[in-house]
Ligand binder design. Structure first.
Ligand code: TRP
Length: 343
């Protein structure tokens, strides 16, 4: 039996990378049988590790919750809430800060990437970000955590923190955390540059498909997506597991990306798509891909916009979610404090 937790940052401009790489998978896990409870959290405290405009943050938090619900996360089955409303997350994070070693954080590649040369000037929060993430998961003693592959290292850290806590206090309190890393489109790349991740902060609107894009915009963006001068590759481009060979990813990143997006959107294998399009022009694939995205994504965007027009429904879902999450996490925090000698 599993307890599921995952988090999504309220970044605004949610795009198909966020959907195919995370939210869509949450919806699918919902169908599993052996789940005790699932928590889907809008991680606003993670967002403020870099400066956020307050009004925009509030709006982006609602929009992320809207994306959850419009994509099919059922708020009567799963708990949807935002992190800052449940104080256990920050409180347990402090305790875990005292468990986690500086050397462990120094190895986090995402911090190195985000801080870059500016290491002395970024917030302490950005550095401690992975500890808050461990706290999110461990506040509910979660066992299964669906994430994109860029979060793998953070999950390993969460596991190390849990193990050290258990060891230091001679308890078996935190269960093992199992990552659930989705293959295929966990990495959706920019439509303008197949070597860059699709990102909300890319200057070019044409680099991404936003969830709220209208049908004609989706088609236009896909038509303009960068490709190469070849035709669609054949089955020799796949390895025996049905994944693209690394030299193909290296030589034809844009083509690979479009096919990956197609597979993820339609729940098809690479073989399925290649068998249908091999040897053809990109324009063929692009028209079908645009149809597919318009079919699957445009209705989600429409529903999100509807919910955002009158946010009272979203507010009520977040409030109810936070009440349940607060109650569940407080029980665990009480036990943790007992173990440490804090009560
Ligand atoms: N760091 C994650 C991301 O950027 C978001 C996140 C925060 C998360 N807390 C979490 C994911 C807990 C899984 C579990 O994608």
């Amino acid at each position: 039996m599993d307890r599921i937790f995952s988090g999504v940052q309220p970044t605004g401009n949610l795009h198909i990378g966020n959907y195919l790489g995370a939210i869509k998978n949450f919806v699918e896990i919902q169908k599993r049988k052996n789940i005790i409870k699932s928590y889907y959290c809008v991680v606003d405290l993670h967002a403020i590790t870099v400066w956020q405009n307050p009004k925009k943050l509030k709006n982006d938090t609602l929009e992320t919750a809207a994306a959850f619900i419009a994509s099919g996360i059922n708020p009567t089955k799963s708990i949807i809430f935002n992190q800052s409303r449940v104080s256990s997350h920050a409180e347990l994070a402090w305790i875990l800060n005292c468990i986690c070693r500086i050397g462990w954080l120094n190895r986090m590649t995402q911090f190195k990437e985000k801080a870059g040369k500016n290491r002395e000037q970024v917030s302490v929060g950005l550095y401690a970000y992975p500890v808050l993430m461990a706290s999110d998961i461990l506040s509910y003693k979660s066992t299964l955590v669906p994430v994109g592959d860029d979060q793998k290292q953070h999950l390993e850290l969460a596991r190390d923190i849990a193990n050290k806590f258990n060891y230091d206090y001679g308890v078996n309190f935190f269960p093992e955390i199992k990552p659930l890393i989705f293959g295929g489109a966990t990495r959706v790349m920019s439509l303008r540059d197949g070597n860059k991740k699709m990102s909300k902060s890319d200057d070019s609107e044409y680099s991404r498909i936003n969830l709220v894009d209208e049908a004609d915009i989706i088609r236009k963006k896909i038509r303009k997506a960068k490709t190469d001068s070849g035709s669609i590759m054949d089955l020799k481009s796949l390895d025996d597991k049905g994944e693209f060979k690394s030299e193909v990813i290296c030589n034809r990143p844009e083509a690979v990306n479009l096919i990956n997006i197609f597979c993820a959107t339609e729940n098809k294998t690479k073989r399925d798509i290649i068998e249908k399009f091999m040897g053809k022009n990109f324009s063929n694939l692009k028209e079908s891909l645009a149809d597919s995205l318009i079919n699957k994504i445009a209705p989600i965007g429409k529903e999100m916009k509807k919910m955002m027009q009158d946010s009272s429904y979203l507010e009520s879902i977040l409030k109810e979610g936070a009440e349940i999450a607060d109650e569940d996490s407080k029980k665990n925090l009480f036990e943790i404090k007992n173990i440490i000698g804090l009560n």
